[in-house]
Ligand binder design. Sequence first.
Ligand SMILES: [Mg+2]
Ligand SMILES: [Zn+2]
Length: 211
Amino acid sequence: MAGRPGIILDRDGTIIDVVRDPELGVVTTAFHPRQLRLLPGALEGMQQLVAAGFTLAIATNQPGAAKGQIPWDAIERTNGALLDLLRSEGVPIEALEVCPHHPEGGPGGDPALVGPCACRKPAPGMMTKLARTLHLEPSSTWVIGDTPSDVTAARAAGMKAALVFDPRRCELCPLRGGPEASCPSTRPDLAAPRIDRLAESIIAISARADR
Ligand SMILES: [Mg+2]
Ligand SMILES: [Zn+2]
């Protein structure tokens, strides 16, 4: 029997916004529940996907503790608060996978988390684990992310790739030439500025595939 159709979402830049400190001029990922800001269309899109019968999960690289920048318990608390927030809005996340590793680490980083691993995207380790534990059918499962490494991880796991791509937010990213300009391994099946737009297309494509 074929597995279930799934949606595996990236966290930062996909579901929630990055945190900008205008005074210090730095951009970080959210490390406190107070910093959680859902991106426009994210909640609506996830609600549509749940209603259409997809199993939702999150797969996120969080190297902050390996780099000595964010305590591990702050990362866990923030992830927990995000799951609570989504659940309260009718979006159950059935599993959340975190890669806590970083290949080089940083000053004060936890040495146990430094080094190569099979889970840090673009490696597909988190995707294949979620497929196994949630009984997802890779060919009818979509990875939704915002970077080329999300697309590469999806491809390596045999899944489809959808990109939250807003040209206005991407002046420095490798996709600034547009998703079509990238090489095949990082070219998504779908791209749109918001998850709700991606959800409409994903639902239409999976309905066609079912016929
Ligand atoms: Mg991201
Ligand atoms: Zn890892």
